[in-house]
Design a protein around this ligand. Structure first.
Ligand SMILES: Cc1cc2nc3c(=O)[nH]c(=O)nc-3n(C[C@H](O)[C@H](O)[C@H](O)COP(=O)(O)OP(=O)(O)OC[C@H]3O[C@@H](n4cnc5c(N)ncnc54)[C@H](O)[C@@H]3O)c2cc1C
Length: 377
């Protein structure tokens, strides 16, 4: 997104991606109303929505057999009052293809940044050997295992996380529940994301529990899934070996300082997000927009002093802190769920909460727009 915005403003930009394509299954697939609004501001929305996707106007859950709506997007002050569920590789292919129409944009696939150059830029590993890419400014947006922030030795504040996620697919039938995302029961939480003919599924497990789950065997795993979401029935048998089930380690952390002279970190590289609330992509894109708004004029002039880089952190740190605070509290709730491996009954507090007027709209705003939504300057 930042590459697109800078190239659109005439800044010469090179995007490095270490993989040969964007096609990987562990990506979150939520395009939030705030991102759709920005795509509209860029006059890209109409074409983007031609890509097959599902539209989620609310998200909810099922605790035991109590079904509830948690967040409602239908009243947002945006053009699109829904989250678009779209494979992230489709979104990234779309954006990068559009960016390629700008003469100052360059995307280099299979180019892995390995370290920072003292003269400015990065050392890169490519299939054809090592390379140096010189740049006036390096923006590390290389995710939660960021090589570049490590190379820069920026101080990381880690927040303990009690969960990991197992990620897999199960086929979906037309009469399966439409908008229920989280199923909580028997000491586990199963997130089922409607992707048309299949569910992208995430089983939230205690951190480090995957080995034991494997030792207990696939049959126990199938039974667990069936107990949590009985409507899956025999479809749980589609999971026939552990290779179909990927362990995704969850982290929450943030950098104390997001910048050094010639370097800025954004997205998960600056603040790794948990999947709780499905908002990490949104936050990363908002960082990119804020960075473009603040940096473009300076990049055009050819010099970005560090105090200008600091302004990006000043602008984006507040939404990051608010979101991570909410995620850390959601994790505490998950840790409580793990304590009871029997059938669960929805607590009265949850039932009462669903009757608070305006709360679902408020949560719709928190998830769909986030704190401090950004717009294209
Ligand atoms: C299990 C799980 C599920 C999630 N589900 C959701 C969800 O549904 N919705 C949501 O909003 N958020 C979700 N999140 C959070 C979300 O994935 C992140 O917050 C978001 O992807 C951050 O975006 P990013 O661009 O900063 O980093 P990433 O999406 O991680 O992108 C980093 C990119 O940099 C590339 N890269 C890495 N290192 C290098 C290198 N050295 N050189 C060149 N390229 C490199 C990677 O290949 C990748 O393409 C989830 C997180 C987890 C762990």
């Amino acid at each position: 997104m930042l590459g697109y915005l800078l190239a659109r403003a005439g800044v010469s930009v090179t995007v490095l991606e270490k993989h040969k394509d964007f096609f990987r299954d562990f990506r979150g697939d939520t395009v939030h109303p705030s991102t759709l609004e920005v795509m509209r501001e860029l006059e890209l929305l109409e074409d983007l929505l031609k890509i097959p996707h599902q539209q989620l106007t609310s998200v909810g859950g099922m605790v035991g057999n109590f079904q509830f709506k948690a967040a409602d997007f239908r009243h947002l002050p945006t053009h699109c009052k829904f989250v678009a569920l779209m494979p992230q590789w489709d979104f990234l292919d779309f954006l990068s293809n559009r960016a390629k129409s700008f003469p100052t944009f360059r995307l280099l696939m299979q180019h892995e940044a390995t370290s920072l150059l003292t003269a400015g830029g990065v050392a890169v590993h490519t299939p054809d050997g090592p390379l140096e890419v010189r740049a006036g400014l390096v923006v590390a947006c290389d995710g939660r295992h960021s090589t570049i922030r490590q190379a820069a030795k920026l101080e990381v504040l880690e927040f303990g996380v009690p969960i990991d996620v197992l990620w897999f697919r199960i086929s979906r039938k037309a009469d399966d529940p439409e908008e229920v995302l989280g199923n909580i029961n028997y000491g586990k939480a199963l997130v089922l994301i409607n992707r048309g003919d299949y569910f992208q599924s995430g089983l939230i497990i205690p951190k480090g529990a995957f080995e034991k789950i494997q030792r207990d065997g696939l049959e126990t795993f199938h039974n667990d899934l069936r107990k949590i979401a009985p409507y899956l029935g025999d479809r749980v048998q589609e999971l026939q070996n552990w290779d179909q089930i990927k362990l995704l380690t969850v982290r929450i952390n943030r950098l104390k300082r997001w910048h050094l002279p010639g370097l800025l970190c954004i997205g998960d590289a600056a603040h790794a997000m948990s999947p709780a609330g499905g908002v990490g992509i949104n936050l990363a894109i908002q960082d990119a927009i804020a960075a473009a708004n603040i940096l473009t004029e300076h990049l055009r002039a050819g010099l970005v002093p560090e105090n200008v880089l600091a302004r990006v952190q000043e602008r984006r740190e507040f939404p990051t802190r608010v979101t991570q605070f909410m995620q850390i509290n959601a994790h505490k709730a998950f840790a409580k769920i793990f304590e009871n491996s029997g059938p669960i009954r929805a607590p009265w507090q949850l039932k009462a909460t669903t009757h608070i007027p305006g709360l679902q709209r408020l949560l719709g705003r928190a998830v769909g727009l986030g704190a401090r939504p950004e717009h294209i300057a």
